[in-house]
Structure formats: C-alpha cells, structure tokens
Design a protein around this ligand. Structure first.
Ligand code: MCA
Length: 507
C-alpha cells in the first residue's frame, strides 16, 4: 500500500497550480508576486541549496528580514526536505552561538550586516556556506540563486520527517529545539483552514514576523492551503495596517496589534467593513480589549490558543459563540484535558494542568530525549505547562502558567535566562525577573536585583549589559534594587509577592 506523502509543500501545490497567475502577495510598497512567481523562485532556492550538497534532513539556519525572498527560502526547505531553522533578527552574538552549535546547520543565510559575526561563530568548516540576504532581495544569496533552474519536484516526506526546528528558551535558561514534522504542520493547517473558513476569496493582512509559529505556519499556512492572497508588511505598524484594512478579509495578530489599533482614533466599522474575521493569539487577549474592539468595529475578535510545541490547539468558533476570556473548544482531531498534579483528569470547571494530544503535537526536543520523556505522559499527552479549565460548553480558559514565563508583545521570555545573566554581573548578588502588567505589550519584563552594596550598580548599567547579550524583547524595562528577595520557608523566591508589589510599575 503506498504511504501518504506528508510534504506540506506538495499539499500547497494544488493552489500554486490553480492560481498560478493570481497574486499571492503584495508588499507594503506595492510589489506584487503571483503564485507562479513564488513557485519558480522557491524552486531556484531549492535547486541552489541542493547543488551545494545539502540533503533532506539537513538544517538551514535563516536569520533575515521578512521579504518575499525569505518566504521562498522557507518554501524551498519544505520542497527539498531541508529542516527550516528560522531565527529572530534580534538575537545577539552569544545567543546565536548557542543556536548554531546546537542545530549544526549545513547552510546559514543571514543579513549582510551579520555576515562577519556569523562566519566567526560558524567556524571554518561552515564559513563558506554562509550567504547573505537583506530585506530588499539584496545580498549574495540571490545572485547565486538567480542562476539556478526554476523547476523542482518536492521530495516525498513521511510522517516523522522534520519540516522545522524552532527554539524556545526554557525554564532552566537553556533554549530547546522543538522538532516539528511535515505531518504536524499539515494536519494543523488543514484544521485551521476548515475552522476559520479560509478560501481563495480571502486576503490576509500579514504583519507578523515569520520566524515564529504565528506568522509562519498559521498565517502563511492558511493562505497557501486555501489559495488566498496576502498583503505582506515587513513589520507591524498601526498606520500601515489601517491603510490596508479596507482591502483585507482576515487579520491575524498578537493582542498588542489590537490595542495599538484601538489607541488610534481611526479603527471603526467603516475601515473594517470588508474584514470577516480578526484573529488573536500568542498572548492572552484582555476582555477589555475584546469589548472595546467590538464597540468600535462591531467585530468580536476570535481568540485561539497554541504554542510552538503544538501549533494551534483550540479556537473560538467562526460561527457561534466567541466567549471573551476563553480560547474556545479544541480544534477537530485534538484532545485537550485538565489534570491534577497526580495526572488524574479533574471535573469540568476545575483548574488544573492543561495537556494536549493530537497530530499537531511535536515529536520531541532536539537532542534532549530526557526532557522529551519528562514532558509527555505515559498515554501520549503533552504537558503544556499552562494552567487551565474547561467549562460546561467545552470552552478552554487559560488561567495561569505552571512554568515561569513572561509573555511580552506575544513573545515568550523565560526569567531564568535573564536571571542567570544578571546574577553573573560583578556588582550583583542575585536577581528575580518577573512580568508585570504593561498597557502596550501585555506584560513587561522587570528585574528585581540585590546589589553587592546599594549604589554599586545602576539600572542603566544593567540594562546596557543585558542589551549586549540578550535579544531586545528580553531586556528588562526596569531594574529595581532591593536589599533582599522575599523567600518562603523552603528558600524559594516568592515571585507572586514581587508581582503584587510591582503590579503598577509599568502602567
Ligand atoms: C520589541 N521590543 C519589545 C518587544 N518587541 N519589548 C518587549 N516585548 C516585545 N515583544 C522592544 C524593542 O527592542 C524596543 O526597545 C522597544 O521594545 C520598542 O520597540 P518597538 O519598535 O515599539 O516595538 P515594535 O517593533 O513595535 O514591536 C512590538 C511588537 C512586536 C509589534 C509587539 O514585538 C511583534 O510583532 N510581536 C509579535 C511576536 C510574535 O509573532 N509572536 C508569536 C510567537 P528599545 O526602545 O530599548 O530599543 S508564536 C506563538 O506564540 C504561538 C505559538 C502562538 O500561539 O501564536
């Protein structure tokens, strides 16, 4: 019996053929690319990378600005079976060192301004396979790619073949590589296209970065599996979004995108008249944002819930009741359950540990077999580390986190990573990093620090030191000095107390 081909690109291909001459994307400055333009360019990238000797399963590390060409690199990796390894542009040299050592890529594509740094990190064996690509299609990569053939037959992929490796910093301070297969991405995208009613009539306003699940797999996936088109903005800017809302039928974003729209006086029923659904995720959407957005536009934002390890798990319905403060029922084919700390499923309405099982769930952490075993139950559920409950209607609410993590502007920051760095600074005894409410980003990172002696260190010097080693979104917005950290009888820092004390610090 022939086995199923899970290559995600092969499943997109139907739309590439059906809509060959139609627009797939248009940039903010009006450059239009048809489905066949992107099909041919991504074939050239796949051919060029293959000619370098890259084989299916090899990692391709990509740290570049969002552009039509960066989309082609992603699609080329899918087509050729390479493992796409995207990196946030904000990562610093020391962070990059870890990712490159751990992922062991065969090829690195980076922005021209990072080339020398990355070549040094990559070392001699890889240095000749470092190519440059900037946000306008400049750099040596495209010069090489332009000479490659523009047809490529996608390789067949089995159910466990990797499509992407995405890193998430962990509670221990060490980032983990999350192994996502073609099957994970395919099954989740199919579920989302169905749940959100995507069709070739849709035009998505795409302002998200494409180095995370939200902008990469959810947004691009829904468009390419349904034959839709997108307005492709390099980053989020409320004025630009307002400019293109009238032509859009769907917008996806983190809650900050919606609070920033509300902060303008221009978001109303008229400008959103063609939008059929606004989707929010990656961070909790405050009920007040939901209600204010409905008041101003008539739209009830559809909130859904996912994580890098699982892509999307639950979604409020397209048709039917969207309940603010909930993330909706599980998507078809996905099981969600709430358990107590012993692993027993708790009754409806009870708060507990949120666990997930389904074809969307990743196959494990890269080179971390023990960590993988720890995070799965004996019956195959993934322990998300989120605390939640399921109500009588089957709607899931996320009510807290078992893991110590801050979500700022839709990005996860693990306090341990920042504490380890600050604690190592010469004038610091110890620190506790917390998230506190912040109007724009939802939560902001704050470092409560015990100095060797009061006045030996300054807020500014700690922030400057952090900026040299940590990506910009991890930098504390404030550093507060205290004589000692509050601890319980076991000696554990009481972060709840700190969060209470400083709850108004960034408001
Ligand atoms: C930038 N800064 C941030 C953030 N982004 N600080 C904290 N949190 C952030 N997210 C810093 C900048 O370095 C700068 O620092 C200062 O804040 C102001 O920058 P600004 O230019 O205003 O920021 P921005 O460019 O407007 O970016 C904010 C943003 C952006 C639009 C919210 O971070 C964004 O697009 N976030 C979306 C992230 C995303 O795609 N998440 C999905 C993850 P300074 O002033 O010192 O220079 S995927 C996921 O979570 C899953 C699985 C899911 O369910 O979706």
């Amino acid at each position: 019996m022939p086995t199923e081909d899970y290559n995600l690109y092969t499943h997109f291909q139907r739309q590439f053929l059906a809509h060959a001459d139609e627009e797939l994307l248009c940039t903010g400055d009006g450059q239009s690319y048809s489905y066949s333009d992107i099909e041919r360019k991504s074939a050239q990238v796949a051919n060029f990378l293959s000619e370098l000797g890259t084989s299916p399963g090899d990692r391709i590390t990509v740290q570049v600005e969002k552009s039509p060409w960066s989309l082609c690199v992603y699609l080329a990796c899918l087509r050729a079976g390479f493992v796409f390894h995207p990196l946030n542009m904000a990562y610093t040299e020391s962070e990059l060192q870890y990712f490159l050592d751990n992922a062991e890529p065969s090829v690195i594509i980076c922005d021209p301004k990072h080339k020398e740094t990355i070549k040094n990190i990559a070392g001699l064996s890889l240095a000749q396979k470092v190519f440059t690509l900037d946000g306008t299609g400049g750099g040596d990569f495209i010069e090489y790619v332009n000479t490659a053939a523009d047809a490529f037959t996608a390789v067949k992929r089995g159910m466990n073949d990797l499509a992407a490796l995405l890193y998430s910093s962990g509670t221990t301070g060490v980032p983990k590589g999350i192994m996502l297969t073609h099957k994970n991405l395919l099954r989740n995208t199919e579920a989302l296209v169905e749940a959100w009613g995507f069709s070739s009539n849709d035009r998505l306003l795409h302002a998200l970065p494409i180095f995370h699940v939200h902008g990469l797999f959810v947004a691009i996936g829904c468009v390419l599996l349904s034959g839709a088109s997108m307005r492709w903005l390099n980053n989020y800017n409320a004025e630009e979004v307002l400019r293109f809302l009238p032509e859009s039928t769907v917008m996806m974003g983190v809650p900050t995108y919606y609070t920033r729209l509300l902060a303008t006086n221009k978001i109303d029923t008229e400008i959103t008249r063609n939008v059929r659904v606004f989707i929010s995720g990656s961070a909790p959407l405050l009920e007040e944002t939901f209600l204010e957005f409905e008041k101003r536009t008539g739209h009830r934002i559809l909130e859904r819930y996912g994580m890098t390890e699982t892509n999307m798990n639950t979604s409020n319905p397209l048709d039917g009741m969207r309940k603010p403060g909930t993330v909706g029922p599980p998507l078809p084919g996905i099981e969600v359950r709430i358990t107590d700390d012993e692993g027993t499923v708790v009754p409806t309405g009870t708060i507990g540990n949120l666990q997930v099982k389904g074809p969307n769930v990743f196959i494990g952490y890269w080179k971390m077999a023990d960590k993988t075993t720890d995070d799965f139950t004996a019956d195959g559920f993934f322990n998300t580390g989120d605390k939640g409950l399921i109500d009588d209607d089957g709607y899931v609410s996320i009510v807290g986190r078992a893991k110590d993590v801050v979500i700022t502007g839709g990005l996860n920051v693990y306090p341990k990573e920042i504490e380890l760095f600050i604690d190592d600074l010469p004038d610091v005894i110890e620190s506790a990093v917390i998230g506190v409410p912040e109007n724009d980003l939802g939560e902001g990172v704050v470092a409560i620090t015990v100095p060797k002696s009061m006045g030996s260190s300054s807020e500014k010097s700690i922030i400057i030191a952090c900026k040299q080693h940590l990506a910009n979104f991890k930098i504390p917005k404030r550093v507060i000095f205290v004589d000692e950290l509050p601890r319980n009888t076991m000696g554990k820092v009481q972060k709840n107390k700190l969060r209470n004390t400083y709850q108004n610090l960034l408001k």
